[in-house]
Structures are given as structure tokens and as C-alpha cells.
Write a protein that binds this ligand. Sequence first.
Ligand SMILES: Nc1nc2c(ncn2[C@@H]2O[C@H](COP(=O)(O)OP(=O)(O)OP(=O)(O)O)[C@@H](O)[C@H]2O)c(=O)[nH]1
Length: 182
Amino acid sequence: MRWSGAVLAGGVSSRFGQDKALYIYKGRPLIAWVLDSMAGASERLVIANRPYPGLEVYPDLWPGGNTLSGLHAALAHAREDWVAVAACDQPFLSRDFWLFMLEHARAGIQAVVAVSGDLYEPLGALYHRSLEGEVLRRLEAGNLKIQALLHDIPLITLDKRALEARFGSYLFLNANRPQDLP
Ligand SMILES: Nc1nc2c(ncn2[C@@H]2O[C@H](COP(=O)(O)OP(=O)(O)OP(=O)(O)O)[C@@H](O)[C@H]2O)c(=O)[nH]1
């Protein structure tokens, strides 16, 4: 199956103190690790509101809605039906992880997402392009919570602990601050 990859990098890294997408971790920018995990995608988009030289950058189309703006732009710019969406600060996502997620994508659902208790992992998840309209409606209404969006749509959930056991305990780690990185 063909799929698009989208890395959200339109945040302001206020907790990190510098543009975290470009922070050098184990010799490479954080965003490079995330893009590498999407090597199997037919396209890899960076969703941001500033240029990243050498990368295909697409802007938010409805700015001001935090990660929901990024998700909306990812779905709007992607050319494949299924879109792998990650944050720029998730260096432990992997190719095998995305392939496993894609195995669960099927007709009639709009997302494949890890869950722990009643908390979803909205970044490091697959979304169907058909969600674009619903996401836009929520942006227009100021209803920016991705947890609420996921609660309201047909989706497949995968157990977060089981995914971490299989793909690494840091799988979903996102670095809000440099010291969050192992
Ligand atoms: N395209 C886009 N991406 C966003 C937006 N807001 C946050 N992101 C991205 O979404 C991911 C998760 O957001 P946060 O961890 O809160 O990142 P951040 O906003 O840069 O960091 P803080 O300022 O410390 O909250 C990061 O990869 C951000 O770059 C936005 O408005 N548009």
C-alpha cells in the first residue's frame, strides 16, 4: 500500500529553548530521525511555517490551532489516502513500526492509533485523508483537542504497551526539553 509521511514542525519549541527539529541528537537533527522512519512512504512532507533547507515544507492552511493545524495541513497536502503523522521530536519511531501500523489500516476506519488507558497517542499515528473536512470543522469551531477528535471517529486502537514491547520502550518518546532524550 502507498502512504504519505508528514512530520509536524510548526511549533515554537518554547520548552526546548531552540528549534527542536534541528537539535542534533546522536549526530543528526531530530527531524532527520523522524523522516528516516518514513523512508517507505511515497512522499515525506514537513508541515511547518518556516523553511527547512533541503526539505519539502508545506505550511499550515488554518494556522493557530497547534497540532490540529498541523494535522489538517498534513491531510490537505498529502497525496495518498493514508498519512503517517509524527512530531519532529520523536526520534524513536521506526520503519518497522510504521509498516506494522499500516497493516491495520482498512476501509471504514479513519485512524490507527496507540492507546494507553483512555489516552491516545495522536502523534506517531496513521490518519485517513477523508478526515480533512472534520478536522477543518473543528479548527473553525475552536475545538482543538485531538483526543476528542479521536474519540469521535471510527478507528483501530493498538495497545501502547504492546507496541513499546515490540518496537522499543522509547517508541513514542517526544522531547519537550533536551533532557527528555536518553
Ligand atoms: N504544523 C504545525 N505543527 C505544530 C504546531 N504546533 C505544534 N506543532 C508541532 O507538533 C508537535 C508537538 O507539539 P509540541 O511538542 O507542543 O511542540 P512545540 O509547540 O514546538 O513546543 P512547546 O512550545 O514547548 O509546546 C511538534 O512537532 C511541533 O512542531 C502548529 O501550529 N502547526
